[in-house]
Design a protein around this ligand. Structure first.
Ligand SMILES: [Zn+2]
Length: 445
């Protein structure tokens, strides 16, 4: 067990205050802080604080795993995923909308990577879609209100939205979707928009924006579609003239409350708009962009990967008592992937021993991230204290792990590998981990 120092990523859409506040640092910061990376990603691995020498040099988690893959990852994880950490845990703080994007399935990533290798595209080329052969499912958990677009809304509701914008130039697009109110219609309309010449986008977009302003004025800033209309305006402010503003009208607009989460499977078109969140994903860089970005958009490849089936983007709720407040214990956010498992651990006064570490042969690596309060970790003879957004690395070789709040309550996120331990290989449902408190009581409902 070791204290893990996150790598801080600065992107233009980040916040100068949110991450610094969580970490207890001075703010506003000179540069926007967008993401904290907690993992062993070769692009920016986290550092092991205990290894830091007097001259400031430290060993990275990546180097530690390279030097001792069996001890760090465990035999099962090593056999299934090779000598690398299968997941990356992040804290992200978005002040502005991020690009519209989707991620490939494992098979699509393998095929796409091989195709781009055959074409001889250098791995760091900006034209490259596939930088590895892996899928990239994600779970995002809000820390406070978090706005996002995720998955295609059902076609009938989108017809209603486009009609309410009330712009004659949208008439053929409405007719297209009205004629086929399903996956095929959504694919046809999305394809029409994303392949539209820029001069046509430049003509249509201002009219759509005006339509949204008219709707909001007529409804005193509200109305049943007010939130969606405001989002169109906001995105168009940040990305004027970007065709992604049109595509964003096809997606579910979701507001997550603190502790609520979304699972983003392969093919789900999504964009984070604003807020602070914890995110875990499979160890991959494979992103297909669909607009709201100055970066490369490969339209044919995006169309190949996107899932046009409409979905209800219903947040997963962070509660073990339906309708009630979260109760102490471990709650798992369901995700249908073997690469990671994410749970939040809510701690009260009683120490809690985390499940899944009793069998030395089936133990894996994990990262614990404290987001509220302060917590004491005990692992064998070792003891660590974590405060705001501090994290700990637990190697597979480390024994049982007991947590205790040092403040009246504390919240910790726990990221482990989904392919090992209880429920391995099955689609996961909530409350599946063996969770027991120090008195040996089962806290599952
Ligand atoms: Zn994503």
């Amino acid at each position: 067990m070791e204290l893990l120092e996150a790598a801080v990523r600065s992107y233009a859409w980040g916040s100068r205050t949110a991450i610094a506040q969580l970490r207890g640092d001075r703010n506003p910061t000179p540069h926007p802080e967008a993401e904290l990376w907690l993992g062993a990603h070769p692009g920016d691995p986290a550092m092991l604080a205990g290894s830091r020498s007097e001259n400031g040099a430290a060993r990275s988690l990546l180097e530690q795993i390279d030097a001792d893959p069996v001890g760090q990852l465990g035999r099962q994880v090593l056999a299934q995923f090779g000598p690398r950490l299968p997941f990356l845990l992040k804290v992200l703080a978005a002040e502005e909308p991020l690009s519209l994007q989707a991620h490939p399935s494992k098979r699509q990533a393998e095929e796409g990577f091989d195709r781009e290798e055959e074409r001889g595209l250098p791995i760091d080329s900006p034209l490259r879609n596939y930088r590895d052969r892996n899928h990239k499912p994600e779970v995002v958990v809000a820390l406070g209100p978090f706005e996002a677009l995720a998955g295609f809304r059902d076609a009938a509701s989108t017809v209603e939205l486009l009609a309410a914008i009330d712009v004659p130039e949208l008439a053929p697009h409405i007719a297209l979707l009205r004629g086929e109110q399903d996956e095929a219609g959504l694919r046809a309309l999305f394809t029409t928009w994303i392949t539209m010449p820029q001069n046509a986008v430049d003509e249509l977009l201002p009219k759509v924006v005006q339509g949204c302003v008219r709707y909001l004025t007529a409804h005193s800033g509200g109305g049943p579609l007010g939130a969606v209309m405001r989002t169109v305006l906001e995105i168009s402010d940040t990305y004027p003239g970007d065709v992604g503003v049109l595509s964003s009208m096809l997606l579910n607009r979701v507001t997550l409350q603190d502790g609520e989460a979304l699972y983003l499977p392969a093919g789900n078109l999504h964009a984070y708009l604003r807020g602070v969140a914890v995110e875990v994903m499979a160890n991959s860089d494979n992103v297909l962009r669909g607009g709201l970005t100055p970066k490369h958009v490969d339209v044919p490849e995006l169309l190949r990967v996107l899932d046009f089936g409409s979905v209800d983007a219903v947040p997963m709720t962070d509660t073990t008592a339906p309708g009630g407040p979260p109760i102490p214990g471990e709650y798992e956010y369901p995700a249908h992937t073997q690469d990671f498992r994410l749970s939040r651990v809510l701690l009260g006064v009683d120490p809690l021993t985390l499940g899944g570490r009793d069998n030395p042969d089936a133990r894996g690596p994990e990262i614990l991230l404290c987001v509220d309060g302060a917590v004491e970790l005990r692992c064998g003879e070792q003891r660590l204290e974590l405060g705001g957004t501090q994290a700990a690395w637990i190697a597979a070789a480390d024994p049982a792990l007991t947590l205790r709040a040092l403040t009246p309550s504390a919240r910790v996120f726990r990221s482990t590998v989904g392919a090992i331990g209880p429920g391995a290989g099955k689609p996961l449902v909530s409350h599946q981990l063996d969770t027991a408190n120090s008195r040996g009581e089962d806290v599952r409902p």
